[in-house]
Every structure is written in C-alpha cells, then in structure tokens.
Design a protein around this ligand. Structure first.
Ligand code: IMP
Length: 194
C-alpha cells in the first residue's frame, strides 16, 4: 500500500480529523509540509469539481499521491443551495454568521427544512482519480443553538439526534459527520489496495 499522501489543505482541524481516522500506517502531509503556499482557486460549480481541481493541482505540480476535499450544505427547498457556494453564501464571503442569517432568512415561511451536509474527497493515486462521498441528512432549525463546531453547525440538527452539531460537541460530531463518513470510505479503499 502507498502510505504517504498529501492532503490539499492547511486546515489543522481537518488534518486532525482525517489523520485520526486514517491511523498510523498512512502518513498525511499538509500543503505547508510540501512548501505549497498557493491558494488553489475553487472555480468549479460542483463539490466533485472543486475537490478534483485541488487534487489535480497537487498531483500535476508535485507528482505525489494526494487527496482533497470539498463540502457543502444542500438545502432541499432551495434546490440544493448553498451547496458548493456554502462558504461564500452571504456577500463578502467566509462569514459564518452572515451565511447562517442569509439561510435562515431565505427559509422564513418555508415548511420543508430538510438539508444535508455533503463532503467529497478526490484521491489521486498512481495518476488514477477516485471520488468518495459522505452525507449526513438533517434539518435546519429556526434559531441558532450551541457554540462548538463551525460554519452552519448551530442551525443543523442531524437525523436521529435532537441537538445541533454545535450543541453535541466535536467528539460526537466528528464521529458521525459527513467528513468522517467520506474519510472512512477513503480509508477502507486505501486498506483494500495494500
Ligand atoms: P469546506 O469545503 O470544508 O471548506 O467547506 C465549505 C463551507 O461549508 C465552510 O466554509 C462551511 O461554511 C461549510 N461547512 C463545511 N463543513 C461544515 C461542517 O462540518 N459544519 C458546518 N459547516 C460546514
């Protein structure tokens, strides 16, 4: 089995989550570890597209096995929005409070609150591309609850739970999250090709 991969991120939180699942036998390097300081543009209009852009950038420029992820919150009544634009939903971009306010505003008067977080990992190993998906279904509540986590966590209650992601704390969230599901699939695949 190939046991060293570059994860196209510098997000320490994501690195921690992923390395905890992949375990000791798989070494994961960050962009910083390979001296890549480029802010790789995420210009695709799908999660799959953005994950592939980032993984291909690393593979083409550094010739290493690698993987990259992209995540979005897909709201049924909004036709899957904000989806791939989740980080930049409100004007200005990358402001979780503004993003949540915009989403709550757009869902005012709407009964159907069904939503899902979806993560896609793109893996390139020996030049071959593989995609892995993780989905957590749930619903968007009307008022924020909880303080842990990030992004849309305070307004998302996963199916089968009564707490929001922000109320349940990172330990439980990281066990059941969309990223954990996708990472577990990636891990299973890597173990299967050893
Ligand atoms: P990224 O692809 O992981 O950077 O995620 C894009 C955006 O989706 C983030 O900026 C957040 O707004 C949102 N997001 C991703 N994962 C989560 C999560 O686990 N909880 C809440 N929001 C998330």
């Amino acid at each position: 089995m190939k046991c060293r991969f570059v994860f196209a991120t510098n997000n320490a939180h994501k690195l921690g989550e992923v390395t905890a699942i992949l375990g000791n036998r798989i070494e994961v390097l960050s962009l910083k570890d390979i001296n890549c300081h480029t802010d790789i543009p995420e210009t695709a209009d799908t999660l799959e597209g953005n994950a592939l852009i980032k993984a291909r950038y690393i593979f083409e420029n550094y010739q290493v096995d690698c993987f990259a992820d992209d995540t979005g919150l897909e709201v049924e009544a909004l036709g899957g929005a904000p989806g791939v634009y989740s980080a930049r939903y409100a004007e200005g971009g990358h402001d979780s409070e503004a993003n949540m306010l915009k989403l709550l505003h757009n869902l005012e008067e709407i009964e159907n609150r069904k939503a899902q977080f979806r993560t896609v990992f793109a893996l390139i190993i020996d030049g071959k591309e593989h995609l892995f998906e993780g989905i957590v279904k749930g619903e968007i509540i009307k008022n924020k609850r909880g303080t842990s986590g990030f992004g849309y966590d305070p307004i998302f209650v996963p199916e089968g739970y009564s707490q929001t992601f922000a109320e349940m704390g990172n330990e439980l969230k990281n066990k059941i999250s969309h990223r954990a599901i996708a990472t577990n699939k990636l891990c299973k695949f890597l173990n299967s090709i050893q």
